[in-house]
Design a protein around this ligand. Structure first.
Ligand code: ADP
Length: 262
């Protein structure tokens, strides 16, 4: 009887071990597939600007150089594509830092309204180009203290406000609001621009996902901005979401831990 019990116990342990091994293997397979897809996506994304630059330079070398006007146009286009390549590589570096866990969050207490105003200042020039007003929602005059990594939250706000400028309505506005939610502060960035069609909304945080490829490219996007934003918010164990109505605008909202005692 005792022997039977021991055998039963051993069999159970072997089964558990096998199950664990299978789980590890599945995890590895999922990771390997993720890597494979990622590398594929990256090559695909890099190819377009490289191909464009080659095209412009070859056309110039093949004779278009004689014409000053064509010269200028083609070189400007080549430079624009080079800028895009630069953005993609920088965003890839950011993603790689985030994924390798090298992002050591340096949690500190700071005023989220102050940080928002700094981001507004940095993006003012871009907002002016589309005549978009950057403003704080009424009642946001009061500051809110949060606990988070200030520099990575600056990146989050920069990407979201920059998107609201890129996809916002010309002559429109971007409004940032703060809401007290017990232990968290909710930060909302609202534009009154294009909006996001329903069938795309669940994908906008995916890497390289764009609702309108040509618009994103024309505005200098890498398709990685929101994916970086999501990584950072998740590293803080907080949440981010978006609601949107086509032609009315989009609102991105994320939470941060409220600093106690403020
Ligand atoms: P991109 O570099 O293309 O801007 P993002 O990851 O920042 O990449 O955004 C992904 C896509 O989500 C964009 O290409 C755009 O189609 C859509 N999107 C993001 N923000 C907004 C917004 N505020 N309004 C409308 N569409 C948006």
């Amino acid at each position: 009887d005792v022997t039977v019990n021991i055998i039963d116990e051993m069999e159970k342990q072997v089964a558990e071990w096998a199950e664990k091994q299978q789980e590890e293997l599945d995890k590895y397979k999922a990771w390997a597939e993720y890597r494979r897809n990622f590398v594929g996506d990256i090559s695909h994304e890099l190819k377009t600007p490289i191909f464009n630059i080659q095209g412009y330079l070859h056309t110039l070398l093949d004779g278009a150089l004689e014409d000053e006007q064509v010269n200028r146009t083609f070189l400007t286009k080549a430079a624009k594509n080079l800028e895009r390549l630069h953005t993609i590589v920088e965003d890839l570096e950011a993603i790689s830092r985030l994924e390798s866990g090298a992002l050591m969050l340096e949690i500190q207490t700071f005023d989220i309204r102050e940080l928002t105003e700094e981001v507004f200042e940095d993006l003012e020039f871009k907002a002016e180009q589309r005549n978009i007003r950057l403003e704080l929602k009424d009642g946001a005059a009061q500051g809110f203290k949060v606990q988070a990594d200030r520099e990575s939250i600056r990146q989050v706000l920069t990407n979201l406000v920059h998107n609201s400028i890129k996809y916002g309505k010309e002559n429109g506005r971007t409004r940032v609001g703060f809401y007290d939610m017990d232990s968290n502060i909710l930060i909302e960035i609202a534009d009154n621009g294009l909006g996001i069609p329903k069938k795309h909304i669940n994908h906008v945080f995916d890497r390289f996902y764009r609702v309108d490829k040509s618009r994103s490219r024309e505005r200098g996007g890498s398709g990685l901005g929101l994916s970086i934003v999501k990584h950072i918010i998740e590293a803080h164990k907080q949440t981010i979401n978006v609601r949107s109505a086509p032609q009315l605008g989009s609102t991105f909202g994320f939470t941060l831990k409220k600093s106690k005692g403020d």
